[in-house]
Design a binder for this molecule. Structure first.
Ligand code: ADP
Ligand code: MG
Length: 340
């Protein structure tokens, strides 16, 4: 037996297996890249549940022609941070584009703000083509076709077109809620077009973006949530007990501006409403946690939106306490069961 280094393409496909689980993961990565590039407008188009086509167009800073090959190379990033605990951008691993390119037909077309011409690079199943000059608007257009054509085993795990489309819509909404000043459009889904107009980046704007996503009736059925303890600040809105949904998909949580799906936060919301909601009903909420970066690890998994808090009990207590207090202040809870 001899030990050899895996080829670059196999390494990328293995990484893709981790980072790119389904079309919605690609959308998440591409939209995050657009936001990191300072886009004010992001257009997302999909076909075939995202497996046939995913296209993300942004008006951000763009990529220089000579840097296109780097953008699709592993571990190459313009967001390099020497401290993984101090990450200000959404991306930082330099893994998304090479991973996507290793399992699909990827084209990356871009023109920088100052640049007078655009350029394009194509990657097909990991094979990187030459940089070619093309006409392009300012910003970047990424097209991903035939996702997972190079990894048929992964393709078999895809759910129905409808389910993949729903996952894409969910990802876009979760990111969009945290970036009210950015206009998002999503087309090609069976619900027609989602168009989230840009709103001001203040409290009122945030509430407007929240109602674009959680429904126009949400604000008048929601209680403001506000609390702070030991370096953890909580803000946002949570529904009154009469405004509920049949699942928890309408609970949106953010840690330092990043959408997260966290069992601890979900459990805390459930706990807060425990005696106020019927068993099969779920509150609607948008909660933002601002945590000293030293007290939270957002670097747990490249794709899954997990976080690890230094003091989970503190975070849970803060959420349960703040929601219960808001409910009580509104006269919406009869009895208080013990502390969190
Ligand atoms: P990361 O986001 O972790 O840096 P990616 O593989 O997602 O890694 O992207 C690699 C690099 O390509 C980014 O660091 C950035 O410089 C560039 N890039 C990718 N997408 C865009 C975009 N939409 N606009 C501008 N630059 C981009
Ligand atoms: Mg990225």
């Amino acid at each position: 037996m001899s030990i050899r280094q895996l080829s670059e393409n196999v390494i990328n496909q293995i990484a893709a297996g981790e980072v790119i689980e389904r079309p919605a993961s690609v959308v998440k990565e591409l939209v995050e890249n657009a936001l990191d590039a300072g886009a004010s407008r992001i257009e997302i188009a999909t076909a075939g549940g995202g497996l046939t086509l995913l296209r993300v167009i942004d008006d951000g800073g763009g990529i220089a022609a000579e840097e296109l090959p780097l953008a699709v190379s592993r571990h190459c990033t313009s967001k390099l941070s020497d401290d993984v605990h101090d990450i200000r951008s959404l991306g930082f691993r330099g893994e998304a584009l090479p991973s996507i390119g290793s399992v699909s037909r990827l084209s990356l077309r871009s023109r920088q703000a100052g640049g007078d011409s655009g350029a394009e690079i194509v990657v097909e199943g990991g094979r990187v083509g030459p940089v070619k000059p093309v006409a392009a608007n300012r910003g970047t257009t990424v097209e991903v076709r035939d996702l997972f054509f190079a990894t048929p085993a992964r393709l078999k795990f895809m759910k129905s077109e409808r389910a993949e489309t729903a996952a894409i819509t969910d990802v876009v909404k979760r990111i969009a809620l945290a970036f009210p000043a950015v206009r998002f459009t999503l087309t090609g889904t069976d619900r027609g077009t989602t168009d989230l107009a840009a709103v001001p980046e203040d409290g009122e704007g945030l509430l407007r973006r929240i109602s674009q996503i959680l429904g126009r009736e949400f604000p008048e059925n929601a209680l403001p949530i506000e609390a702070e303890r030991e370096g953890v600040r909580l803000s946002g809105y949570a529904s009154i007990p009469s405004f509920t949904r049949g699942n928890a998909l309408n609970q949106f949580a953010y840690v330092n501006g990043r959408p997260v799906r966290d069992k601890l936060i979900a459990g805390a919301i459930r706990g807060a409403y425990m005696d106020a909601l019927p068993r099969d009903r779920h509150a609607v909420a948008a909660l933002f946690l601002d945590v000293d970066p030293a007290l939270v690890d957002v670097n747990v998994h490249p794709a899954k939106a997990d976080v690890r808090f230094r003091d989970p009990g503190l975070v849970r207590g803060l959420i349960v306490g703040a929601i219960r207090q808001a409910l009580e202040a509104g006269g919406m809870r009869a009895a208080t069961t013990g502390a969190a």
